[in-house]
Design a protein around this ligand. Sequence first.
Ligand code: GLN
Length: 190
Amino acid sequence: MIIGVLALQGAFIEHQKMLETLGVETFQIRNKDHLLKAMDGIVLPGGESTTMFKILKDQDMVDTLKEMIHSGLPTFGTCAGLLLLAKQVENYKSNYLQTMDIEAKKNAYGRQLSSFMTHAEFNGQKDVPFVFIRAPYIVQANKDVEVLAVVNDKIVAARQNNQLATAFHPELTDNLIVHEYFVNMIKNRK
Ligand code: GLN
C-alpha cells in the first residue's frame, strides 16, 4: 500500500510518520506530476485551507484531484483538509474541492479556544486524544455521511464513502486509531 500526502503546506510530515509507523509507504505530493503517480490513498493535511487551495490552483492540480476523489480514491482530510473537502463553508465564501457533503465552519472555536486538546470517542473507541488548532467543525452532515466523533455537540469527524475528515489533528498525538481507520478503509476497498 502506498499513500500520497499533499505536501504543499502545513503538517504533512507528521502524517507520513504515523502512516509509516503502521507500515505504510508514503510519498510527498508537491506538484501535478506527483499527483499522477500511482497511490492507494491520499492525505490532505492541516495547515491553512485558503493558502493550500491557492497553491493547488497555481499548480493546476484542482481538477485532477477532484476527479481522483470522485472516482473513489480513499481520501483523508484533517482540519484545513476537512475544509478543502467540504461542499460548503458556513462563514467563508469558498469553492475549494467541495467533494464531501458536509457544511463546515472555519476557525469555529473562536480566538480564545482556537487551540485545545481533549479526549473523546472516535468510532466507538473511547478516550482518543483530539488536538484542535484553529479548527473547524462540521455544522451539518448530509444523510449519507457517517458521524464518527462529536465534541461539545459538534461533529468533528465524519466519513462519506471514500472520504474521511477530522477537524482535529490525530497526527499530532501518538494515537494511531484514526490513521488505522483510514488504512482499513483502503484495505476494505481492495
Ligand atoms: N484555520 C485553518 C484554516 O482555516 C485550519 C487550521 C488547521 O489546519 N490546523 O484552514
